[in-house]
Ligand binder design. Structure first.
Ligand code: ASP
Length: 332
């Protein structure tokens, strides 16, 4: 009698420890993958590519991408942060929503370092300065000269205060001492449509959104803001080669859940992301768009938590200084 009670006790402890019993059937219904920007932008593109493979390894339960745009991505993230922490709502955050936003939204309703369950980094995304095809300046140097000569008149497309495009171009403006007339979009997917149509003049956007339009010649890439050129765009010079070494910035997109998700559920999502980033087809789709993919150590929830903490710390002073410079050029 004694042995079986003991064995039963060990068995229950084992189940509780691994949680296999608690959520063994997870996921047993579709998962909402919230993207805090309009469809067709870099965050949406990465979520759909990675989400497609993740749903396959999660027993084929579909991941429904829900686009909730607004306020540089903070509207969607605020909503996702308040969802049930049951693994049926996850979100794609990025350098803007989980890095720069607290410096730009004093009343932001979430703390990127405390209010989420980190799942893992999906893709690094170098930033490029791009113009509409018909723009008169064809290289970075002459573009900067043109912007200075027409300060405030050239239109710049971004995805809202605190978004990556807004943050990156704010930095760009502070480095060159000039800026455009800023036009807000619900994501750089729609912004890119207007750039291709020639309705807006330039922007600073993530490479995964731009490669097809640059390769087809529908927009002009002036420079990529990373130390090395991208294998996806070998002819595009770095900002250093183009004479602006001070402007280097790269973004990232990562998956989070609401705070307090059960460990066994989180582990399944972490495992599914890991499999997606190991899958050759998924990797090729992301790499062909210029993504920089994290290695195994770079994908862990702990690595993502550390990245968020350092990004929130980094962007505060950087943006305050950049915005002060932008104001100063305005005041001239
Ligand atoms: N990542 C945003 C999007 O997908 C754009 C941005 O943050 O600038 O639209």
């Amino acid at each position: 009698m004694k042995r079986s009670v003991k064995q039963a006790g060990i068995a229950i402890a084992a189940v509780l420890a691994t949680g296999t019993g608690a959520h063994a059937d997870y996921p047993d219904r579709q998962i909402t993958f919230l993207v805090p920007f309009a469809a067709g932008g870099p965050t949406d593109v990465i979520a759909r590519i990675v989400g497609e493979h993740m749903s396959r390894s999660l027993g084929g339960k579909t991941m429904i991408v829900e686009n909730v745009a607004g306020a540089g991505g903070t509207t969607g993230i605020t909503r996702a942060a308040a969802a049930a922490a049951d693994g049926y709502t996850i979100m794609m955050g990025h350098m803007g929503t989980h890095g720069a936003a607290p410096a730009l939204y004093p009343n932001i309703k979430y703390d990127p370092t405390k209010d989420f369950t980190p799942i893992g980094l999906a893709a690094g995304t170098p930033i490029l300065v791009v113009t509409k095809k018909a723009f008169p300046a064809k290289d970075l140097k002459s573009f900067i000269a043109y912007l200075k000569a027409n300060d405030g008149k050239v239109t710049e497309a971004h995805a809202g205060v605190g978004s990556v495009s807004h943050t990156s171009c704010t930095l760009f403006h502070s480095v060159i001492g000039a800026k455009g007339a800023r036009v807000t979009y619900r994501g750089t997917g729609p912004a890119l449509n207007d750039l291709v149509a020639g309705q807006v003049d330039y922007g600073c956007d993530q490479i995964v959104n731009l490669v097809p339009q640059i390769v087809s010649g529908n927009i002009t890439a002036l420079a990529i803001a990373t130390p090395q050129r991208s294998p996806a765009l070998p002819d595009v010079p770095t900002t250093k080669e183009a004479g602006l070494p001070e402007f280097e910035v790269s973004a990232w997109n990562a998956i989070f859940g609401p705070k307090g998700m059960p460990k066994d559920v989180t582990d399944k999502l972490v495992g599914a992301l890991d499999k997606a980033l190991d899958d050759e087809t998924t990797r090729k789709r992301l790499l062909d768009l210029g993504s920089i993919l994290p290695d195994k150590d770079g994908r862990t929830p702990a690595a993502l938590q550390k990245l968020v903490e350092s990004e929130v710390k980094r962007w505060g002073p950087v943006l305050k200084a950049a915005m002060a410079t932008e104001k100063a050029t305005e005041a001239k």
